[in-house]
Design a protein around this ligand. Structure first.
Ligand code: GLN
Length: 471
């Protein structure tokens, strides 16, 4: 019997290597679990019909000695990441029947290693949301409490992993979409440095912010996936060449800055208390905690909710009902556009297209978009300068714990506030890791988040492992 609850990538690899079970047997266990649980949780929009064939290919890599740590590892893949020959809908009606014609670079890399893709996971439509409730295909439930959301937008990937319906999972982040669901589902989630992992073949939301990010049950799993995907890719013009990644060479990193002023208000008391306990733990293992001020970062969310919709409105203009995707008849071209887009996009997508078009329009461009870009530069400068004084920046991951399904849907601003601690990393492009930090009385997970200098994911893994070893 395989105990999948405590299974990790390394443990599974060891067993597959020793032949204790086969890649097919491992995949079958997950498929069985999906069959039992997915109806209720709705983590997967589709379970692939070739999982066992993929497992057989992986098995051959063990026989011919070419297996790596990810060979045979069953993955859940967010429905925004293209896999050749499979549907990729971004959980939108407008892409309901879209079939990808090529593999994204991350999928190509994972295929080379013989990873097994179980299926594509639910998400907020076009990755816009913090609860996976804006999907055109129903909400995903949090496996830890079925009355609550798993977070978003990569909620399906997080729920698949937390519900033992996969052993590893990929999500994407534009602003918190890996870290927030990781926090709500008790997982480790990584937002990678902008330019570290290829965005080729990822349906874009905000090009200057998007990054692929792994989920894992522990830090090591996330590290394994990151190491396998982090590389230069000429197919992505924003991919950073390897020789430009060694910009920061600090060692022996123990100094953590805490911007207390950013979370004086608006953080749930129990989240604040848990955060303080985490600080004590860090002190007990030799980390130094210092106060820092990030005066510009308090405008992160405001800047993000201008820059992101601007990029969204541009990106989503390609869905016109003519080239591909959902199309509605009309008496002329304008009516086809109007009806296809009006019915193909959900409410949140339409809201952001409107906002984005507005902030980019003549007369408002300078007042909104241009100003937000300037604020973003100030925030970047501030964060980069802060990393001259400290090695990490620490905050709670989210100001609250997983909320009830149905909540915040009528109040977009309340939903956007979930991203308050996520935005600085995405606007700046630095990496950030969300780490589980205990549970509240109802059994809902808490989470803390570290940011590190550009391309220093290794520091995040180190501090994450130090905390894990303490448990
Ligand atoms: N909560 C963020 C938003 O709604 C999520 C974006 C993301 O990271 N994909 O914009």
């Amino acid at each position: 019997m395989i105990d999948i609850k405590s299974l990790t990538i390394e443990k599974a690899h060891e067993s597959l290597q020793k032949g204790e079970y086969s890649c097919k047997e491992l995949a079958e266990i997950y498929l069985k679990n999906i069959l039992e649980k997915n109806k209720e949780i709705n983590a997967y929009l589709e379970v692939f019909d070739d999982v066992l064939e993929q497992a057989e290919i992986a098995q051959k890599m063990f026989s011919d000695g070419s297996a790596t740590l990810l060979t045979g590892i069953p993955f859940a893949i967010k429905d925004i990441i293209l896999i050749k020959g499979k549907k990729a809908s971004a959980a939108s009606k407008i892409l309901e029947n879209y079939v990808a014609s090529y593999d994204s670079t991350v999928i190509k890399d994972l295929k080379k290693e013989g990873a097994v893709f179980l299926g594509r996971t639910n998400m907020d439509e076009f990755a816009m949301g913090s609860s996976s409730q804006t999907s055109a295909y129903g909400v995903t439930r949090n496996p830890l409490d079925l009355s609550r959301v798993p977070g978003g937008s990569s909620g399906g990937s997080a729920a698949a992993l937390a519900g033992n319906m996969s052993l590893a999972a990929l999500g994407t982040e534009t602003c918190g979409s890996v870290r927030e669901p990781a926090a709500f589902c008790g997982l480790v989630g990584l937002r990678t440095t902008y330019g570290a992992i290829s965005r080729n073949g990822i349906i874009p939301m905000g090009n200057s912010l998007d990054q692929v990010g792994p989920f894992g049950k522990n830090v090591r799993d996330v590290e394994i996936i990151f190491n396998s995907l982090s590389r230069y890719d000429k197919e992505d013009s924003t991919s950073v060449p390897m020789e430009l990644r060694n910009v920061d060479s600090r060692k022996d990193c123990k100094k953590i800055g805490v911007p207390w002023h950013l979370f004086e208000d608006g953080v749930d008391k129990e989240v604040g208390d848990n955060f303080k306990q985490s600080i004590e733990k860090l002190k007990s293992i030799g980390y130094e905690i210092v106060d820092i001020e990030l005066p510009y970062s308090k405008y992160s969310l405001a800047a993000y909710y201008i820059i992101m919709p601007a990029e969204v409105s541009t990106n989503l203009s390609r869905f016109d009902g003519m080239r591909y995707g959902f199309s509605h008849d009309g008496k002329d071209l304008a009516e086809v556009y109007k009806k296809s887009r009006g019915e193909g996009f959900g409410k949140e997508a339409r809201r952001r297209i409107l906002l984005g078009t507005y902030v980019l329009s003549h007369g408002y461009y300078d007042a909104y978009y241009n100003k937000a870009i300037k604020v973003r530069e100030k925030i970047k400068e501030e964060i980069v300068n802060t990393f001259k004084k400290v090695d990490f920046i620490l905050t709670p991951t989210v100001p609250i714990t997983a909320f009830k399904i149905g909540e915040k849907m009528d109040d977009p601003v309340a939903m956007y506030l979930c991203d308050i601690f996520s935005a600085p990393a995405n606007l700046t492009g630095v990496p950030s890791i969300a780490l589980p930090s205990g549970f509240n009385k109802e059994g809902l997970p808490f989470s803390i988040q570290f940011m590190a200098p550009h391309f220093r994911e290794d520091l995040l893994f180190k501090v994450g492992k130090d905390l894990e070893n303490l448990k």
